[in-house]
Design a protein around this ligand. Structure first.
Ligand SMILES: NC(=O)c1ccc[n+]([C@@H]2O[C@H](COP(=O)([O-])OP(=O)(O)OC[C@H]3O[C@@H](n4cnc5c(N)ncnc54)[C@H](O)[C@@H]3O)[C@@H](O)[C@H]2O)c1
Length: 320
């Protein structure tokens, strides 16, 4: 049994992973600042469900050093899963400071605590965004990642470098996870699959950048949760893994699946390329398969069907 601090536990991936860890018998303590980047009410709902399952989510910021220290003094953590971050690519133009505060200062705050607890392993979220303007596909963890296409990507790349330096200096065991467009029930309203579903149902137009030809390696949440838990258990001392689906899908095809599931046609507005968005994300998952036993098994039709059925049920209860 492990004792695991999950940061960003009221977030999408944290909510699902915390439950899966608790289900297998680990003791999970969550942490989240419930910020307003997207509906705090949705985050509170997730936290309430976690509470019902015996998982406490402490409301604090990664930058609150005193509370972090107190948590480490209270619980005998064996692991930290750091998912708390300012996510989203486009928001970085509006509020760049939020990325530095959560992704750089917040991550540093965690690393600074961990250097005093060398036995605690850190598994942390990076992103497929680090591949940036890399044109070779599929993206392998050995590919160069020094051309980030936006500030979010730059902060995630910085996390990988900061993690490496703390591993080198203090011996902390680290595993970084490059997630590829994760989707599913209880997902993030700022992501395309969610905002498109909302727009399609309310008859509002959806804007398809790059004429809808962008490709994304949509990865279903349950597959990501399995990969993340395997990464927590992975005995290596410093490693990076891709957690993608290895099967990129064009945005237009994705919209057509969503239309079928929702039983309504989208009002599509075709736009040119959006600066800061990469054209294709496509994961090479060879090393994740070999070392983590990672084998994503949910196709987009099946995964989106789960999302749509959750979304429609949720809308009938209370707006989020
Ligand atoms: N969902 C994806 O497709 C995807 C893809 C690539 C990488 N990621 C990364 O995975 C992680 C989890 O993503 P998600 O989709 O669950 O995002 P999310 O926004 O739903 O979850 C992040 C949570 O962290 C919290 N948080 C943010 N800053 C904080 C801070 N300073 N202190 C405490 N809590 C803070 C937020 O309130 C939120 O609940 C993030 O690091 C994200 O960058 C996600």
């Amino acid at each position: 049994m492990k004792t695991i601090l999950v940061t960003g536990a009221a977030g999408f991936i944290g909510f699902h992973t915390a439950q899966a860890l608790a289900k297998r018998g680990d003791r999970v303590v969550g942490l989240d600042n419930f910020n307003g980047y997207y509906s705090p009410a949705l985050k509170r709902k997730r936290a309430l469900i976690l509470k019902e399952k015996g998982i406490e989510v402490v409301e604090t910021d990664l930058n609150d050093h005193a509370t972090l220290r107190a948590l480490f003094e209270t619980y005998p953590f064996t692991d930290v899963l750091n998912l708390a971050a300012q996510a989203g690519v486009r928001y970085a133009r509006k509020n760049p400071q939020a990325y530095l505060s959560s992704n750089i200062d917040g991550f540093l705050s965690l690393l600074e605590i961990l250097r005093h607890y060398p036995e605690v392993k850190l598994t942390y979220a990076s992103s497929s965004s680090v591949y940036g303007r890399n044109e070779k596909i599929p993206f392998s963890v050995d590919d160069p990642t020094d051309q980030p296409a936006n500030l979010y990507a730059a902060t995630k790349k910085a996390n990988e470098l900061m993690a490496y330096s703390y591993h080198h200096l203090y011996g902390t065991r680290m595993t970084g996870l490059r997630f590829f467009t994760v989707y599913g029930p209880w997902g993030r309203p700022d992501m395309a699959y969610y905002s498109f579903a909302e727009a399609i149902l309310s008859g509002k137009p959806i804007h398809l950048f790059n004429e809808g030809k962008m490709q994304r390696d949509f990865t279903y949440i349950d597959d990501v949760v399995r990969g993340t838990i395997a990464a927590i258990d992975y005995p290596g001392s410093y490693e990076l893994f891709n957690l993608g689906n290895n099967r990129p899908v064009e945005l237009l095809e994705f919209v057509s699946i969503l239309e079928k599931l929702l039983g309504r046609e989208a009002v599509k507005v075709f736009e040119g390329p959006s600066a800061g968005e990469v054209e294709t994300t496509y994961a090479d998952i060879t090393s994740s398969c070999e070392k983590l036993g990672y084998a994503p098994s949910t196709n987009l039709e099946e995964g989106l069907a789960h999302f749509v059925s959750w979304y429609q049920g949720e809308k009938q209860c209370t707006p989020i």
